[in-house]
Write a protein that binds this ligand. Structure first.
Ligand SMILES: CC(C)(COP(=O)(O)OP(=O)(O)OC[C@H]1O[C@@H](n2cnc3c(N)ncnc32)[C@H](O)[C@@H]1OP(=O)(O)O)[C@@H](O)C(=O)NCCC(=O)NCCS
Length: 259
């Protein structure tokens, strides 16, 4: 009877329920979670609906540590700091940094996990040929500074092997890397997005959570950047003259009569 009433409601959620008596998260009392779970376990629970095994917890934790920050040169941290320096609040700066996470930065996890999950039975050769034919890039491969190897991938794959979470998705990703080298004649590393995409697929995370698995840890990095900007920089960042050039028209006269 009760569930029938609930099912007729316009807004439904299976994530959490809060009343004046109790909050349940995925069915577990929040008080018990506060006492017994670490942050990674709680994140796994809220995303997947169930508690992780020890291996899954350790793997997800390693993913979060790997993605926590990558220096001031990354688009997301630069933008967070610039937006803060324009006189905005910490939350505006962090939100702006998160908005930079697109297909080329952090967001490739989603595309790569989708590609892997939807093509898990296809040979790497075909997957690569199809993408290259469409003149697209393979998500999860290549990097601005890491040309041969992304050190974060080496660590994540080594932990995945230790935890027995290195399976067919990770193998397929490595085969795709070898194939692109054959078909394009260029070595591209498996970047952190590719590694996370492969491992999250091994852990049966829906590919639609790909960007989320990057946003969750990187938010901590962005908070640190916005806070540092706040504490030790003057407002109004602008480029120095040696950092940009103007390559437009030389000075010219505005016509007397403008049609
Ligand atoms: C990250 C990225 C933007 C770096 O680009 P970059 O610095 O221009 O890369 P490089 O200079 O090493 O490589 C340039 C060449 O390799 C190609 N290339 C790079 N990454 C590629 C990929 N993932 N798939 C296919 N071709 C790729 C480029 O198209 C270019 O080819 P060209 O010489 O025929 O024009 C790029 O590799 C990319 O878009 N990767 C996919 C998205 C992704 O995984 N992003 C997450 C990064 S952590």
């Amino acid at each position: 009877m009760e569930s029938k009433i609930t099912n007729n409601k316009k807004w439904k959620t299976s994530i959490a329920n809060s009343t004046d008596k109790q909050t349940l998260v995925r069915g577990y009392p929040l008080e018990d979670l506060i006492q017994n779970l670490n942050f990674t376990q709680a994140i796994y629970l809220i995303l997947k609906g169930e508690l992780p095994t020890k291996q899954e917890e350790q793997m997800l934790n390693a993913i979060f540590v790997a993605a926590i920050d990558h220096g001031i040169a990354s688009p997301s941290s630069q933008v967070a700091r610039i937006v803060f320096s324009g006189g905005n609040s910490l939350n505006t700066a962090v939100g702006a940094g998160i908005l930079t996470l697109g297909d080329s930065h952090g967001g490739a996890i989603e595309q790569c996990a989708k590609l892997l999950q939807e093509n898990k039975d296809k040979p790497a050769k075909e997957i690569v040929a199809e993408i290259l034919q469409q003149k697209k890039v393979l998500p999860g491969l290549g990097h601005k500074i890491y040309k041969d190897e992304d050190p974060r991938t080496i660590q994540l794959f080594s932990i995945a092997k230790k935890l027995r979470l290195y399976g067919n998705y990770c193998k397929l990703t490595e085969e795709i890397q070898k194939e692109i080298e054959k078909q394009k004649g260029k070595k591209l590393c498996i970047n952190i997005d590719g590694a996370i995409a492969a491992i999250m697929s091994e852990m049966q995370f829906d590919w639609r959570l790909g960007k989320g698995l990057f946003i969750i840890p990187r938010t901590a990095g962005l908070v640190a950047h916005a806070h540092e900007e706040w504490c030790r920089e003057k407002p109004f960042r602008r480029l120095d003259e040696d950092e940009y050039c103007y390559d437009g028209k030389d000075e010219r006269k505005l016509p007397k009569k403008i049609e």
